[in-house]
Design a protein around this ligand. Structure first.
Ligand code: IMP
Length: 194
């Protein structure tokens, strides 16, 4: 099955393709009008992006809305993760705000909400979370976004930032790995019923 992904983020395209390929799903990109992310939750924004892409293309469309929630910042940057500060300054902005925050209070988690909208109106959704804390400085060059300041505390990746983890290590524990695997299960069941 071919599925259009509503994102310009090539890292996300790679992660989706890697995890959904075993299910026979081919992820394709398309020139899409950027939908305005007016939702107050990751779930609402994922639906907005997938629905808009499906309306535009007439094909099954998948979108994810994701972001970092920092405990000491009352959940910020949250749904504003991509817009929290100008490009290139987002990680430093978080590090600066947490400058005087002790180790025990540096908890954070990533959320990934996935939504797939089919042309007949059917909707499949899945969410995943990954827990960790915010490091004192950037570590590692892998991944994207906040990866170099997210010190994962989950088994298999504990002690490494996502910037230091390999793709396989990140996929195994990441919010998007979890939401995509849950989504893959739901999709498999959905396709069986068709
Ligand atoms: P979205 O494209 O609106 O979902 O933006 C999500 C933003 O959250 C991205 O631009 C990143 O800044 C951040 N983010 C989401 N997932 C990850 C991840 O796996 N690693 C690092 N940053 C992420």
């Amino acid at each position: 099955m071919n599925m259009i992904i509503a994102t310009h983020n090539r890292h996300k395209v790679e992660e989706f393709s890697r995890i959904l390929a075993p299910l026979g799903v081919t992820i394709q990109t398309a020139e899409l009008t950027e939908a305005e992310e007016t939702g107050e939750t990751f779930r609402e924004n994922a639906y907005i992006k997938a629905k808009s892409a499906c309306d535009e293309t007439g094909l099954p469309c998948i979108a994810d809305d994701s972001g970092l929630s920092v405990d000491a910042l009352h959940g910020e940057p949250g749904v504003y993760s991509a817009r929290y500060a100008p490009e290139g300054q987002r990680k430093q902005t978080v590090l600066k705000k947490l400058e005087n925050v002790p180790e025990a209070e540096r908890g954070a988690h990533f959320t990934s909400a996935i939504c797939c909208v089919f042309p007949n109106g059917d909707v499949l959704e899945a969410e995943g979370y990954c827990y960790g804390r915010i490091s004192r400085e950037c570590r590692g060059t892998g991944g994207f976004g906040y990866d170099p300041i997210f010190l994962c505390t989950e088994a298999g990746c504990a002690g490494k930032t996502f910037g230091e983890a390999t793709s396989e290590e990140k996929d195994a524990v990441s919010h998007r790995g979890k939401s995509l695997r849950l989504f893959a299960e739901k999709l498999e069941n959905y396709l069986k019923q068709k």
